[in-house]
Structures are given as structure tokens and as C-alpha cells.
Design a protein around this ligand. Structure first.
Ligand SMILES: NC(=O)c1ccc[n+]([C@@H]2O[C@H](COP(=O)([O-])OP(=O)(O)OC[C@H]3O[C@@H](n4cnc5c(N)ncnc54)[C@H](OP(=O)(O)O)[C@@H]3O)[C@@H](O)[C@H]2O)c1
Length: 251
């Protein structure tokens, strides 16, 4: 079937496109690079024509509070309107574990706004809530810099490999709409500061990582379980150690 992947050139999106194509689907990546802009609506009606399902794994180029809210609200409205016009029957969106318990984060408020538009749209949907990707750890460290140190709270952290997350998103897109949220996370729990320290050291990054209970993560303080999925979440197979080995083998 035809499945349009909004953000299909990104980290998750490109793997979702490959995965769907390998399963015999007509998987179409849609992003500004391919002439489709969900913020302006450019190219959207054309690409959605004849599609059975849409996967939205796009991301805002800016994480600034106002810009990211504008991105997810306007893009989601345009995607939903386009799906109604094209009579597409399933929207799959990727969001973040714990977004609804961290309202001080502008980024996570925007993800909650995206989800509200989807769940109240009346269109069949599936939302996948993932924990942070191993691939995102460097950006987390950069965003947690104060002076020349990285400051992070020592809370629980359960990241996953982007490849595993993409496989689940692809699987969900091929199935019946969940009309709810599927929570997924990595196979192991770490202390946030400890894994970031270990990751930077393994990559020859000499920045110091300091445990600070009041350090903010994308605008919000965190509690012990803010970033981890609930009991019963689906755990993904790739450990941090195996992911690191795969990364080394590729470089
Ligand atoms: N990072 C994490 O740890 C994490 C955890 C859980 C969930 N998520 C969610 O995962 C999703 C995907 O993240 P990612 O890291 O794969 O993103 P990414 O690599 O930054 O890719 C973003 C994609 O969005 C596209 N895009 C940007 N502006 C667009 C627009 N105006 N119209 C259409 N497409 C646009 C980009 O297209 P171009 O290539 O053409 O610019 C690109 O394909 C996000 O929604 C994020 O909230 C992330």
C-alpha cells in the first residue's frame, strides 16, 4: 500500500521508509528536501493523493518554545486536513515518553499539542511514545552545557536505538490503528548523568558531566521516573553496548 512518511529523510524517517519498502509497500519520503513542506502546505496534497496511511516522524528545525509549538501545531493541522481530503485512513505519529508530565519544557508542550490535535481529529491514529535515542545523547550533552560543564540530573534514563524505534513505527504503520499510545523504551535503565559521561568519554569528549538535581532538560527539571516508560511498555532489543559496537563497525 502507499504510505507517506512525513520527515522521511530524517534519522527515524529514512529507516522507516527502508523498512516499509522492504516489506513491499510504496513508501514515499516527504520533507522539504523532496518538495513537501507541512508547515506551508507546499506539495502536501499531491503527495497524499492515493495514500492509505501517513507516518509523521518530522521534527522542528528549531526547538525554541514558540517556533516548535508553531511547527507541530501548524504541520499537524495541515497533515490532518490533507488526509481528510485524500481519504487516508491511518496517521501514525512518533512522540516522547513522559511528554505529558513535563509541561515546563516548551518542546514537550509542543509534542503534547501535536498529540491532542491527532487524538481529537476523528481520524484513525496510532501514537508511538519512545524514550530518547542513543543517537540523541550528543545533542542532550550540548543542550545541557553551562559554562564548560554538562549538568544533568541523576534520574533514571532508558534510551533506545533509533533503528529499533524505526522498526516499531514501521510495524505500527502496517497494522490496524491502535487508537491509543504504544510506549517503547530501551532494554536497560541507566542514571542519566552516568550514561552521558560514559558516552562522551567513549568518544574522546573531555567535557565534565556534573550531577545536578536542578539542572534543566530542554527547559524542565526532572524527577526520578520522568523519562522512563510505565511498567508494561514494550522493550526494544539493542543494548547501549551493542549499539556502540554497531556504530564503531560503521565508521
Ligand atoms: N530524539 C529523540 O530522542 C526522540 C525521542 C522520542 C521521539 N522523538 C521524535 O522523533 C521524531 C523524529 O525525530 P528525528 O530525530 O528522526 O528527526 P530528524 O532526524 O531531525 O528529521 C526531521 C525530519 O523532519 C523533516 N522536516 C523538517 N521540517 C519539515 C517541514 N516543514 N515539513 C516536512 N518535513 C519537515 C526533515 O526534512 P529535511 O531533511 O528535508 O529537512 C527531516 O526529514 C520527532 O518528532 C521527535 O519528537 C525523538
Amino acid at each position: 500500500m502507499k504510505i507517506v512518511v512525513i520527515g522521511g529523510t530524517g534519522l527515524i524517517g529514512s529507516a522507516v521508509v527502508s523498512n516499509l519498502a522492504a516489506n513491499g509497500h510504496d513508501a514515499i519520503p516527504a520533507s522539504p528536501n523532496s518538495g513537501v513542506n507541512t508547515l506551508t502546505g507546499e506539495g502536501l496534497a499531491d503527495v497524499l493523493d492515493g495514500t492509505a496511511a501517513v507516518v509523521d516522524v518530522s521534527n522542528s528545525p528549531s526547538f525554541e518554545d514558540h517556533a516548535v509549538l508553531e511547527f507541530f501545531e501548524t504541520s499537524t493541522r495541515n497533515i490532518l486536513d490533507g488526509m481528510v481530503a485524500a481519504k487516508a485512513r491511518h496517521l501514525v505519529a512518533l512522540s516522547v515518553v513522559g511528554d505529558d508530565r513535563l509541561p515546563d519544557s516548551g518542546y514537550l508542550r509542543a509534542k503534547v499539542a501535536q498529540e491532542k490535535l491527532i487524538t481529537s481529529s476523528g481520524l484513525p491514529f496510532s501514537i508511538v511514545h519512545a524514550t530518547q535515542f542513543f543517537e540523541f545523547i550528543d545533542r542532550i550533552a550540548d543542550s545541557a552545557m553551562e559554562g564548560d560543564t554538562v549538568r544533568l540530573p541523576s534520574v533514571l534514563f532508558q534510551p533506545a536505538a533509533a533503528g529499533d524505534v524505526s522498526a516499531v513505527v514501521g510495524e505500527v504503520a502496517q497494522g490496524a490503528p491502535l487508537m491509543g499510545i504504544l510506549e517503547i523504551g530501551g532494554p536497560e535503565q541507566f542514571r542519566f548523568d552516568e550514561l552521558v559521561r560514559r558516552h562522551l568519554a567513549a568518544h574522546g569528549d573531555t567535557r565534565t558531566v556534573v550531577a545536578d538535581p536542578h539542572a534543566r532538560y530542554f527547559g524542565t527539571e526532572l524527577e526520578e521516573r520522568s523519562l522512563v516508560p510505565a511498567d508494561g511498555a514494550r522493550l526494544l532489543p539493542t543494548t547501549y553496548e551493542n549499539w556502540s559496537r554497531q556504530q564503531e563497525a560503521r565508521s
